[in-house]
Design a protein around this ligand. Structure first.
Ligand SMILES: Nc1nc2c(ncn2[C@@H]2O[C@H](COP(=O)(O)OP(=O)(O)OP(=O)(O)O)[C@@H](O)[C@H]2O)c(=O)[nH]1
Ligand SMILES: [Mg+2]
Ligand SMILES: [Zn+2]
Length: 310
């Protein structure tokens, strides 16, 4: 029978068997053979479709992980200076990048990394600004936030301003996620679990405190887990401090920045848009594209940082 991995915790997988085959939930291990064949990062993860054999009322064994149609991967430092790819979730339609209006304020550089990770994994990226109630409209940070939101809307990224406290944006978010498999990602304390609880109070996910001193979250959510939401699924994930990406060459990265790709081709295909002759990005900047709001400085900065692997 086939099923869906709802969560994975140290070698144990919670699998929801498809409704047509009973719809029950089994705790599964991986078949030994499968474990040997696969690298750590390729083991089953939340969102994977799997072939399982039921071994008791409540238990089963995963025989096969079916081909993935999409994924979110991040790079993790491994032993001896090597890196390995850490698969966070598989087979999702939408990545909801959660960034708080304040406490801690969202970082455009991190949002850009998430957008790149989504594109690389065949996932649609969108931005949910969380905790909007906690930021007064006349605060200086609110003006910055409005600019950030405009930047993303201009490049075609949907943005929804939300508040788990007041319910702001929940109808729009519900509509955007209806019938989809959506994963929420962002820093610890961004309010991912709170937002999910607001969308569906029956989820009753644990919500953490924000440390007064550092304004950071305390990593309340420990593992990625899928939750049924109408005809779709919502995936809560642990907060990330940063998001390291695989190495990308200049043309690939340029193709993932729609506003840069739209400028056309530079003289050199591997142009890094710094001081190369015949660079259309440089020409646009010198022609006042930043002042006119056509290019955002934060996006150019994140592009350069990603290329420099900072
Ligand atoms: N004012 C306000 N506070 C919020 C809102 N959403 C979440 N918070 C607060 O932010 C803190 C962190 O919320 P969580 O939902 O646990 O954040 P998380 O992103 O799931 O954090 P991790 O699980 O650690 O990754 C809690 O103290 C919440 O009460 C909101 O809409 N408004
Ligand atoms: Mg959480
Ligand atoms: Zn260039």
């Amino acid at each position: 029978m086939q099923g869906l991995v709802l969560r994975a915790v140290s070698g144990f997988f919670t699998v929801r068997v498809d409704a047509a085959e009973g719809g029950h939930t089994l705790t599964c291990k991986l078949r030994g053979k499968l474990k040997k064949e696969r690298q750590k990062s390729e083991l089953a993860v939340a969102g994977d479709r799997v072939e399982v054999e039921r071994t008791s009322e409540t238990e089963g064994v995963i025989d096969e992980v079916l081909e993935r149609r999409s994924w979110i991967v991040r790079r993790e430092p491994g032993a001896r200076g090597k890196h390995f790819d850490d698969l966070v979730v598989a087979n999702v339609d939408v990545l909801v990048i959660c960034g708080a209006a304040t406490d801690p304020p969202l970082q455009p550089g991190l949002v850009d990394r998430f957008l790149v990770a989504a594109e690389l994994g065949h996932v649609h990226g969108m931005l949910a600004v969380t905790k909007r109630d906690a930021l007064a409209d006349d605060a200086p940070e609110a003006a910055t936030l409005r600019e950030t939101i405009a930047t993303y809307r201009r490049i075609g990224v949907p943005v929804i301003e939300t508040s788990a406290k007041t319910g702001l944006g929940l109808p729009a978010l519900r509509e955007a996620l209806s019938g989809k498999i959506a994963v929420l990602m962002g820093k610890s304390g961004a309010g991912k679990s709170s937002l999910l609880n607001a969308l569906d109070p029956s989820l009753a996910l644990a919500v953490g405190e924000i440390s007064d001193a550092s304004k950071k979250g305390l990593h309340t959510t420990r593992v990625a887990s899928l939750h049924a939401f109408g005809d779709g699924w919502l995936v809560d994930t642990p907060g990330l401090r940063e998001l390291a990406l695989p190495e990308l060459d200049p043309p690939t990265l340029t193709s993932l920045y729609p506003e840069l790709a739209a400028l056309g081709l530079c003289q050199f295909t591997d142009c890094r848009h710094e001081r190369e002759p015949g660079c259309v990005v440089r020409r646009a900047i010198e022609g006042g594209a930043i002042e006119r709001g056509e290019l955002a400085k934060s996006r150019l900065d994140s592009f350069r940082k990603l290329l420099a692997k900072e």
